[in-house]
Design a protein around this ligand. Sequence first.
Ligand SMILES: Cc1ncc(COP(=O)(O)O)c(C=O)c1O
Length: 408
Amino acid sequence: MTASVSAAHLDARDPLAFARVLFDLPSDVIYLDGNSLGARPVVAAPALADAVERQWGHDLIRSWNENGWWTLPGRVGDRIGVLVGAAEGQVICGDSTSIQLFQALVAAARLVPDRTGLITDGANFPTDQYVADSVGRLLGLEVTRVSPPDVPARLDERTAVVSLSVVDYRTGELWDVEMITRAVHAAGAVMVWDLSHAAGVLPIDLDNLSADFAVGCGYKYLNGGPGAPAWIYVPFRHQAAADLPLIGWHGHAAPFDLEPNYTPAPGIDRARIGTPPVLSMLALEAALAVWQQVELADVRAKSLALTGRVIEIADEIDCVEVVTPRAQARRGSQVSLRMTYAYETCQALIARGVIGDFRAPDLLRLGFAPLYLSFQDVDEAMAQLTEIRDRETYLDPRFARAVGGAVT
Ligand SMILES: Cc1ncc(COP(=O)(O)O)c(C=O)c1O
C-alpha cells in the first residue's frame, strides 16, 4: 500500500466521519456499491415502522391529510431540489427513473414540435437508450447515439432533444454539463439530464445551468432504499407549457372534483401522476434528513479524495487498468478498473466482505459513498484487491461465473 498520507490521518481530519453512525452497515462489510443501492440510514427503519403501524395501521385514510401524505411528493421533491440546485417548486418525487425519463423526453420534444432529432449516448444506461428509442418511435423522431463530448458538433436545426447522463455509469466519467447544455441551447434544442449517478454526491446547479428537464433515482446516493421513488425537475420557465405524456388525477388542477377531463395543476404539481408509493417515499424522506447535517461540498471533496486514493493504489496492481478519468473535474464518485477475470475478481472480493460490482465485459466497478466510507475502508478494500490479483485467487472455481447465471 503506497498511498502517501496515512488513512488514519485522513480519517481523523474527515469532517464527515461523524456520518458513518447514521447508517446501518454490517461490521464485516466494506460497502463499495452505494452508487447502485445506497446503504440503509438508521432513521429508515423507525420511519417505516411509524408509517406502517401508526400512519397506515391506526390513522388509515386520514393520513393523506393528517400525516401529510398528499403533499409528500412535493415535499420530498423540494428536499432533493436542494441537492441539485433547484429552487423550491420545481422537483416532484415519484415513480421510477425510467418513467420520469419518458415524461421528460416526450415533454421536451413537444416544446420543439417542428424538429425531428433525438440524441442520446450509445454508452448511456440501457433504460435511457430504450426510452429514447421508444419516444423516437412514438413521436417520429430520428434517434442518434453520440458520445457526450461529440454532441456539440452533431447538433443542427433538426435536433429537438439531447438526453444524457451526467456521469457515465460504467466508467464513472463526469461530463462537462455546462459546455454541453450551452451548446444544446445555442442550437435551439432542449436538454434532458439524468442525474442518477450525481445527485447527492456531487454539486449540480440545475437552475444556474438552465437545464430544461432532469431526472434521477432515489436509491443510489440518496439512500432511499430498494425501489425508492425517482424524481423529475421541470423548471419554472417550462412548467406552464410542459405537456407531460403520463397524466393522472394527482396532477389535476382539482383532483377531488373528479372531472372527466384533464386540466393540469399549476406549477410542478402537474408532474404528479397517480397515487405515489407512500411507504417508499416516507423512507426516502427520512433518508434525506442526513443532509441537514452535511454539506455537499464536503461530500464532493471527500469523494474526490477517496477515488483519487483508489486510483493511486490501483495503478500499482499488475494488469489492472484504471478507466475512470484522473482529472478531478471529469470524475464522478466511482472508480472502474478494467481487468481480465473482472467477474471472478468481484466475486472473490465479495467473499472477503468487499462489495463492489461487475459490469460486462471486463469492468470491476467500485462506488464510493463518502457519508459512510472511511479512508481506512478504502485501504483495506484495495489491500484485498491487490492480494486477490497478485495471488490469482480469482481463478478459484468458487468464483467462476455460472453459465447463464445472474450477474449481481
Ligand atoms: C443513469 C441511470 N438511469 C436510470 C437507471 C435506472 O432506472 P430505474 O430506476 O427506472 O430502474 C439507472 C440505474 O442504475 C441509471 O444508472
